[in-house]
Design a protein around this ligand. Structure first.
Ligand SMILES: Nc1ncnc2c1ncn2[C@@H]1O[C@H](COP(=O)(O)OP(=O)(O)OP(=O)(O)O)[C@@H](O)[C@H]1O
Length: 245
């Protein structure tokens, strides 16, 4: 469905390579969870998929179409949706208005109440709220996720949906991803460190140092995480390596 072919990404000064020659194909109607250490390149990869970053080399195909040079809007029109790790604020706009403009098809039919309930927000408290600095980070994040649900993308990317969301609401959110997967044939790519989200995965992609280190079944990865005593950095320090953590 969405294919990366030898994709690399360097920042503007061209010295630091953040994504290194990644090739991978995401299949239709699967949940992929991307996980791995901080700074490994997960968000950068998500931004390359969405067209927020432009690849330095390599190609991206979506349903066989070369989308490498398409920007965010064109990719969104093709059905690729992205929920930011740190959602933007839309000062002066109400939650109901944002959900309406986010909806993919018949905007009069958007079931705003259910969308808000799906992300654990009580509609009567939020539907008329303005999207400004008065909303907490977790509230903003949930509204952002609701906009993606409203858009019903065929390929949806969620960057750390757990960030800033309390455990109770988070369980609700995990159920919402599950429901979305069961009721539509969309592909979900979720960047997450949470076991509850990892448990939803058909495939877990482990990214570190800008590369795909492993693609595995969730049980395998969860076992590896549980069995790992220390991170690589600490191990290097322990054995007297030169790297300072
Ligand atoms: N514009 C930039 N200039 C320099 N380095 C950058 C830039 N953007 C990202 N990086 C670096 O690229 C690496 C990957 O960043 P990225 O945000 O993709 O990691 P991540 O795996 O999503 O991390 P986290 O789990 O902490 O969210 C990091 O080391 C980051 O500091």
């Amino acid at each position: 469905m969405l294919k990366l072919l030898n994709v690399s990404y360097k920042v503007e000064d061209k010295t630091v390579e953040i994504i290194k020659n990644i090739s991978f194909e995401f299949d239709k109607n699967k949940i992929y969870v991307i996980t791995g250490p901080n700074g490994g390149g997960k968000s950068s990869l998500a931004k390359l998929l969405m067209g927020i970053y432009k690849v330095s080399s390599g190609k991206i195909f979506y349903n066989e179409k070369d989308i490498t040079d398409l920007g965010i809007t064109e990719r969104a029109k093709l059905g690729i949706g992205y929920a930011f790790q740190h959602p933007p604020k839309f000062k002066g706009m109400k939650v109901s208005e944002l959900l309406k403009i986010s909806a993919s098809n018949d905007k009069s039919m958007v079931d705003m109440r259910n969308l808000l309930l799906d992300v654990g927000l009580c509609p009567k408290d939020y539907i008329d709220r303005e999207i400004d600095g008065s909303l907490s980070g977790g509230e903003l994040k949930r509204i952002e996720i609701a906009t993606i649900l409203a858009r019903k993308p065929n390929f949806a990317i969620f960057d750390e949906p757990e960030a800033g969301i309390d455990l109770w609401s988070f369980q609700k959110l995990a159920d919402t991803f599950k429901k979305l997967h069961e009721n539509t044939d969309s592909t979900l790519v979720i960047i997450s460190h949470q076991e509850r989200i990892l448990n939803l995965a058909d495939e877990v992609i482990l990214i570190a140092n800008g590369e795909i280190k492993e693609v595995a079944d969730k049980d395998e990865i969860l076992m590896e995480i549980r069995n790992s005593e220390d991170g690589d950095c600490r191990k290097i320090c322990k054995i007297g390596g030169e790297r300072i953590c």
